[in-house]
Write a protein of this length. Structure first.
Length: 105
């Protein structure tokens, strides 16, 4: 599934929908348990191709966030480590580095 945005949480279930649900009316949906560990329902009825670059950007942001929370490295050092092996397409999709640094701090 492409990147998903959390739609609603009701007791024991979390409902997710495709990030393109509004812009191009994509019908891709997924339901998970409240811990986000088990997929209860998956509807892969996407009307667009998957984007590897979007997934790479999401993984980069997650890696950055977790590294910032678990280490005492400097902001620049965290960014340098997370940018290792990053594709040119992914780096081109990132926001300005000063905004990324601000989010790390």
């Amino acid at each position: 599934m492409d990147l998903a945005i959390q739609s609603i949480v009701i007791r024991i279930k979390t409902y997710w929908k495709c990030e393109y649900c509004r812009t191009i009316k994509c019908k891709g949906r997924i339901h998970t348990d409240h811990n986000h560990t088990t997929i209860l329902l998956e509807n892969n009825d996407h009307n667009h191709p998957a984007s590897a670059v979007n997934n790479e950007v999401r993984l980069f942001e997650d890696k950055l966030r977790s590294r910032a929370m678990t280490t005492t490295e400097s902001t620049q050092h965290i960014m340098d480590n997370c940018l290792n092996n990053a594709s040119d397409q992914m780096v081109a999709r990132l926001p300005n580095f000063k905004y990324i640094k601000r989010n790390i701090q």
